[in-house]
Design a protein around this ligand. Structure first.
Ligand SMILES: [Zn+2]
Length: 246
């Protein structure tokens, strides 16, 4: 039995029995881990146990049986460091955080560490205390795409390799991994128009200063949808809440 200590963020949780939970935690040094937390919801006379919640950050200790790495690991200790309580008071921030958890869970593998991505997710959850949902999420998604090697190239046409300026009318193809110029566009099947100004925002990472954060999110969401081969579950509902507040 190997005991592992790490920092972790809870990406998914499901109640397993009256007293236990199965959790998907994104650990900093050991990637995603699926853990069973036995007895974590067992209440005592003085304390009501509610278990471990989605998007908590903390220090985890878990054990893995050598040779059984594909099985559920067993959580032996959890010390919560932050539960980002402010997320529960604001729907758009809450959904943005859940969107980030969903795509991180889907686009990273178990036992595949991405410390930079872990830090990006933690920074996003912290930033949501002060900053708006959509630009903060866009910043995180750019970090995530960079960390998993799928950041789109917005500097040249992915088909003819000509450098493109952000002001040109451009298309975007997820499969090609970036921008497509007007000349090459007819031959590319999977593509979408890039809204005016969006390429510029991506090139300069100026999401916090722009009114274009909606179209920027749409483009990143499109890219991620193509990569995942399905739309993130939170995508539509996040959009709806943001449109309501716009
Ligand atoms: Zn081209």
């Amino acid at each position: 039995m190997t005991l592992i200590k790490d920092s972790a963020i809870v990406l998914r949780r499901l109640d397993y029995s009256e007293t236990s939970q199965v959790l998907s935690m994104f650990t900093r040094e050991h990637g995603q881990q699926r853990l069973i937390a036995k007895g974590v919801k067992r209440s005592t006379k003085t304390r009501v146990a509610v278990g471990i919640d989605l998007l908590e950050l903390g220090r985890v200790v878990f054990s893995i049986r050598p040779g059984k790495e594909d099985n559920l690991a067993t959580l032996t200790e959890w010390r919560q460091e932050d539960n980002f309580a402010y997320l529960r008071r604001d729907l758009s921030r809450c959904y943005a955080a859940q969107y980030a958890a969903e795509v991180t869970s889907h686009l990273t593998e178990t036992h595949d560490p991405h410390p930079g991505l872990f830090d990006g997710l933690r920074d996003m959850l912290l930033a949501l205390k002060e900053q708006d949902a959509l630009p903060t999420l866009a910043t995180f998604l750019w970090v995530m795409l960079t960390e998993i090697g799928l950041r789109p190239d917005m500097s040249r046409c992915m088909s003819c390799n000509r450098s493109v300026s952000a002001g040109d009318a451009l298309y975007f193809s997820a499969r090609q991994g970036g921008t497509i110029c007007r000349d090459c566009e007819p031959a590319v099947v999977e593509k979408r128009r890039i809204a005016d100004g969006v390429a510029q925002v991506l090139a300069t990472k100026a999401w916090h200063k722009t009114a274009l954060v909606g179209p920027v999110f749409d483009l990143l969401d499109y890219h991620i949808t193509e990569i995942m081969a399905r739309r993130p579950r939170l995508s539509k509902i996040l959009r709806a809440v943001i449109d309501q507040h716009a």
